[in-house]
Design a protein. Structure first.
Length: 273
């Protein structure tokens, strides 16, 4: 079986959900060219279809296809079977409603250390970000904005209401040396401007990728992920002016090491776009 490399997850911009109960859509999801396909065993699958969905996912993985698998939460009737399947396939896992580091450690042990991308979607998870990030197999955090908003009693589309929590994920990820977190979904999948605007906002907060629920969202995410022409031009000027690394002035502003590092990061992103 083909395991999804941790580096692919760290570098991903777009992660596209596809219901595990719809195997005819697996190849179509991959054809949309997201950076990562997420085979979903949780919210997108009705309780009566959980067992069949798990078989479909295992069959797809056994065919040499790599994917991230969203598994059901640890307190559900389906978790143990999901865990056993993940263990057999060695697939990278996205545990739903992750909130205890010991659960993530058990998941990692079952897959011999395959990458884990915990979905942070409860208040308990937000208060345990440090310990969750410290689990060795965790490569990145994902934000379950809709479920968290529901628990908090706020509108998931209200950016101000969720600003603190997005920023907490960004800070916890940076402190642990993880890749920038993955922002939650945009519910409107027929209007790409919404996706572009939402991801542009998330990027300004320090997030680095976005969960997608429709193939049409992927291209919009990739466009929003790329640095603008103005950003690239600024970064080129900064790197050129930096010279030997000592602080210099450029356009009336001080250019020192952190500024140069930001410029270099923008140029790397532009090269990868």
């Amino acid at each position: 079986m083909t395991a999804l490399p941790a580096e692919t997850l760290r570098a991903a911009r777009s992660l596209l959900f596809v219901p595990g109960s719809r195997p005819e859509r697996f190849a179509k999801a991959a054809a949309a060219q997201p950076d990562v396909v997420i085979l979903d065993l949780e919210d997108a699958v009705a309780p009566a279809d959980k067992d069949a969905a798990r078989r479909h996912v295992e069959c797809w993985l056994a065919g040499g296809n790599a994917a991230l698998v969203r598994i059901n939460a640890v307190d559900t009737p389906w978790y143990e079977q999901d865990l056993a399947m993940i263990g057999r396939t060695g697939a990278a896992a996205m545990p739903a409603k992750a909130q205890r580091p010991e659960d993530l450690a058990r998941l990692a042990e079952a897959t011999s250390g395959a990458p884990v991308v915990p979905l942070i979607e409860t208040a308990a998870a937000v208060t345990a970000l440090g310990p969750l990030c410290a689990v060795g197999a965790v490569v990145r955090l994902a934000f379950g904005s809709i479920d968290l908003a529901n628990q908090l009693g706020v509108d998931p589309d209200d950016r101000e209401a969720l600003l603190t929590f997005r920023s907490m994920l960004v800070a916890a990820s940076a402190a642990a040396g993880l890749a920038p977190p993955i922002d939650g979904v945009t519910r409107s999948f027929t209007e790409s401007d919404s996706v572009t605007d939402d991801f542009g906002y998330a990027r300004r907060l320090g997030m680095g990728a976005k969960l997608c629920i429709h193939p049409a969202q992927v291209a919009a995410v990739h466009t929003a992920a790329a640095p603008s022409a103005a950003e690239v031009a600024w970064a080129q000027k900064v790197v050129s002016a930096a010279g030997d690394g000592s602080a210099v002035a450029l356009d009336g502003q001080m250019i020192d090491v952190p500024v140069v590092e930001r410029a270099q990061r923008i140029l790397r992103m532009a090269g990868a776009a």
